[in-house]
Design a protein around this ligand. Sequence first.
Ligand code: ZN
Length: 347
Amino acid sequence: MVRRTRDGQTGKPDRSPTNRLGIDYRDVPRRKVACHIVDAHCHVHSVAEAEVFLPAAETYGITDVLTMTPMPEVSALREEYGNRLNFIAIPNWRAWEVTPTFRSQWVRDLERFRELGAVLCKFWMAPPMRGQHGLTLEHEFLQPVIDAALDLGFGFMTHISDPAAWFEPGGRYGDARKFGTWRDQFTQMDYFLDKVAPQPVIGAHMGGCVEDLALLQGLLDRHANYHLDCSATKWIVRGVASQPDVAREFVIRNQDRILFGSDLVTARQHDFDHYASRYWAHLQMWETPFRGESPIEDPDAESPPKLAGLDLPADVLEMLYHANAERLALVRPPFDGDGSVGPLRPT
Ligand SMILES: [Zn+2]
C-alpha cells in the first residue's frame, strides 16, 4: 500500500527526487517469491557508504552484491562484509589515458582483482569513449587488455550505449560524427562476443538496448555467451513502461540470460530512501501487475514518469534474481580452500 508522508510545516506532500509519491520504502510490498537475490551490478565505494546502502539492500532481500569498487577500497570492504560483496575488476578510471603505461597498469589491476576473487571485468565503452578517445571494443588499444583478461579466465561486463533519447538532435550525443548513431553502438558487440566466446559477457543495462528489444534479441540469438543485466533503474523502468507486453515476452523468452541488477552507486549524500527506491521500483516492475507512476523523478521520461509491472512467473523471477548468477558462478566465496581462484567457465 502506498503511504504518503507530509511535510510537518507546510502539510504538503514531501516529494524528494527519489520519493515523489511519498512512499514508506521500509514497508516492502508483498513479494511474489521468497528467494534470495543477487544484485549483479552495483558500485559500492566505501565501508561508510556501504553501512547505509546494505541495510536498504537487505530490506529488499538482496543477499549478494557484485560491485565495481576502486581497488584501494576493496580490502577494507572485503574485511568488513566478506563474501556478501563480490568484486568486478575495473581500471583506475581517475588515471585514465590512452597510453601504453595506463594499459600496462590496467592489466596489472586485472591480475590483482583476480587474486582478490573477481570473476568479471568491466569494459565501460559508453559513447564518450568513442566521442573523446575514438575507442570501441574493436579498437587495437584494447586488444591486449582483452587478451590478458581472457588469459586470466575472466568473464566480462560491458557498457556500450546510453539511452536512445540522448542521441537525438540537441542531446548530449546529438553529434553523430563524433559519437555515432544510437544503432552504431551495437555493432561492436558482434565482434566482441565472438572474440571472447565462450566466456560469458554481461551486457549492462539490458545491453544498452531496452528501447529496441528486437535488435537485442538478434545479439542474444547470435551469441550464446551473451547475457544481460537489468540495471539502471530509471532507464529500464522507462523502457519497460513504454512497451510492457513486448518487454514481458522478451524477459520470459530470455529468462536464462538476464540477471537482476540495480546500478546503485553509493555516495555520502545518499540515504536509505535513495537506495530503497530503486529496489522498490524493480520489485514492482518484475513481480507485480502495478500500473501507475514511478516514484523516482526521471528527467528523460514523460511527466509523470510511468511504471509498469510485468507480473513475471515465479520461476522466471528465480532465474533473474539468483539462479542465472549462480549458474555463471558469479557469486561464490572469493577464495577457494587453497586460496586460489579457478578460471570462470560457462556452463
Ligand atoms: Zn554501473
